[in-house]
Design a protein around this ligand. Structure first.
Ligand SMILES: NC(=O)c1ccc[n+]([C@@H]2O[C@H](COP(=O)([O-])OP(=O)(O)OC[C@H]3O[C@@H](n4cnc5c(N)ncnc54)[C@H](OP(=O)(O)O)[C@@H]3O)[C@@H](O)[C@H]2O)c1
Length: 324
């Protein structure tokens, strides 16, 4: 037996329950993993609330780091004692221990802690693909990053600076503005009280930005489009305020022949090679000290409901981990 957070109906954080669950030996292709730290991500709230529907009852969580305890038949890439992390596979990372197919795992380098691994796999690989594949940011370009002091935002800002971009970040309050500046934002807009479209035009001398990385969704989508330069790219990669409403395609031409994309992480780590390549790039930039993963909140895994409340109330900054 082990313990895990599970939910039997969708709803507010109270639906998350700490339960005793069976842990059978790993089957062919699987490993049994003892979690040392589990990552908290906004997508977990979409699963819990029902925005992204799932068969119920269900486990929850997509990211963790820990140690291999046992391997099933045919697994030769990993052995008991290996330090590993993952950010894909069936939901169920909110658990003390679990079985998972070995193909989802990457080995954690010695200079990356379990806490860092759990805090950064999902958010860091997301930042990597957004900046290198969805819209490859070039030195000298000006870009706009929403929720710049959040989990993905904090990593996006720092990595975009390493690529030589000028970064405009939006944040919900003054305290987050201080953090966003410390992360490297060249300009910070408190979008809860300032008109970010007007400020972006002012900062870019009327031109607009090359790309907007928008995880806020419904409330910012059209304003983000209005912040782009001619033939700029709108990357709508999240829905913290709810899903984006249907819009008139002609708007894209009227706004300067812009491009819109709605990417998801799992299409950018669809092959083992891609997963390994993006993880290696992340481990390198963090391991070398060029990018900091800020773990600003830690909760007991059994207290996951409180972590969800704080994340949805915009009370968190940087990354958050749950500790078994
Ligand atoms: N497509 C992908 O591949 C992918 C992968 C990872 C994450 N994501 C998305 O990226 C976003 C960030 O994820 P994260 O885990 O790093 O979370 P996060 O940014 O740490 O937290 C969400 C942030 O969104 C902002 N926000 C604005 N309005 C909000 C509202 N009404 N309710 C809650 N938050 C609001 C808040 O920052 P301010 O107070 O500063 O506004 C809040 O801190 C999420 O939308 C997530 O779904 C997408």
């Amino acid at each position: 037996m082990t313990h895990a957070i599970r939910f039997h109906r969708t709803g507010s954080p109270e639906v998350l329950q700490w339960e005793a669950v069976d842990l059978p030996p790993p089957t062919a292709g699987e490993v049994r993993l003892r979690h040392h730290a589990v990552g908290l991500n906004f997508i977990d709230t979409y699963h819990r609330s029902g925005l992204y529907p799932l068969p119920l009852p269900s486990g929850i969580g997509l990211e963790a780091a820990g140690v291999v305890e046992a391997v099933g038949e045919g697994v030769d890439a990993f052995a008991p004692g290996d330090r590993v992390a993952y950010t894909s596979g069936p939901l169920g990372a909110y658990a003390e221990a679990r079985n998972i197919e070995a193909r989802h795992l990457v080995r954690l380098p010695e200079n990356i802690s379990f806490e860092q691994g759990a805090a950064m796999m999902l958010q860091g690989i997301t930042a990597h693909y957004l900046l290198h594949a969805t819209y490859p940011v070039k030195a000298g370009e000006t870009i706009l990053v929403h929720a710049a002091a959040g989990g993905v935002g904090s990593i996006l800002v720092q990595w975009a600076k390493l690529l030589g971009a000028t970064v405009i970040g939006t944040v919900g309050n003054e305290e987050k503005a201080v953090r966003a500046r410390a992360l490297g934002c060249d300009h910070v807009i408190v979008y809860s009280r300032e008109d970010f479209v007007g400020r972006v035009r002012e900062i870019t001398a009327g031109e607009g930005v090359a790309v907007v990385y928008d995880s806020v969704g419904r409330d910012t989508f059209l304003h983000s489009i209005a912040s782009l330069r001619r033939r700029g790219t709108m990357v709508s990669y999240g829905n913290a305020t709810g899903p984006v409403a249907p819009f008139d395609c002609a708007l894209l031409q009227k706004s300067g022949s812009i491009f819109v994309t709605r990417p998801g992480l799992f299409d950018y780590i669809a092959t083992r090679d891609e997963l390994c390549e993006r993880s290696a790039a992340l481990f390198e930039v963090v391991g070398s000290g060029r990018l900091r993963v800020e773990i600003n909140q830690r909760y007991a895994l059994s207290d996951a409901a409180q972590a969800h409340r704080d994340l949805e109330a915009r009370k968190t900054t940087g990354s958050t981990i749950l500790l078994p």
